[in-house]
Design a protein. Structure first.
Length: 110
């Protein structure tokens, strides 16, 4: 019984930190609203888009965009104005640049 509970805990925990992202068409379908800023210094999170889902492990700004909503860990909606956003992001060119600038918003991606 303990081994089953331990395995279930590990499975749930690992899924909770994954960063498979689906971009919705409507804000009402999304878990959070996101705005892409022009400058790195304006962002809460610096995001790097990875090529494979296995690279998107952890809550460190490594995002893998999936094709279907059912595959996503988080559903986001890109808003037109920064004031509408729960989270501001900046897309970086290298995975080593990804990460949180404002750690108080980390809970949004769990």
């Amino acid at each position: 019984m303990r081994s089953i509970l331990f395995f279930a805990f590990i499975l749930v925990t690992s899924q909770a930190f994954a960063q498979s992202i689906f971009s919705t068409q409507y804000e009402s379908q999304a878990d959070i609203s996101v705005y892409v800023v022009d400058y790195e210094s304006q962002a809460d999170l610096k995001v790097y888009k990875v090529d494979y889902e296995s690279q998107a492990d952890g809550n460190e700004g490594l995002w893998y965009f999936v094709d279907y909503e059912s595959q996503a860990d988080k559903k986001i909606y890109f808003v037109d104005y920064e004031s509408q956003a729960d989270l501001t992001i900046y897309f970086v060119n290298y995975n080593s640049q990804a990460g949180w600038r404002d750690k108080s918003k980390m809970h949004l991606m769990y």
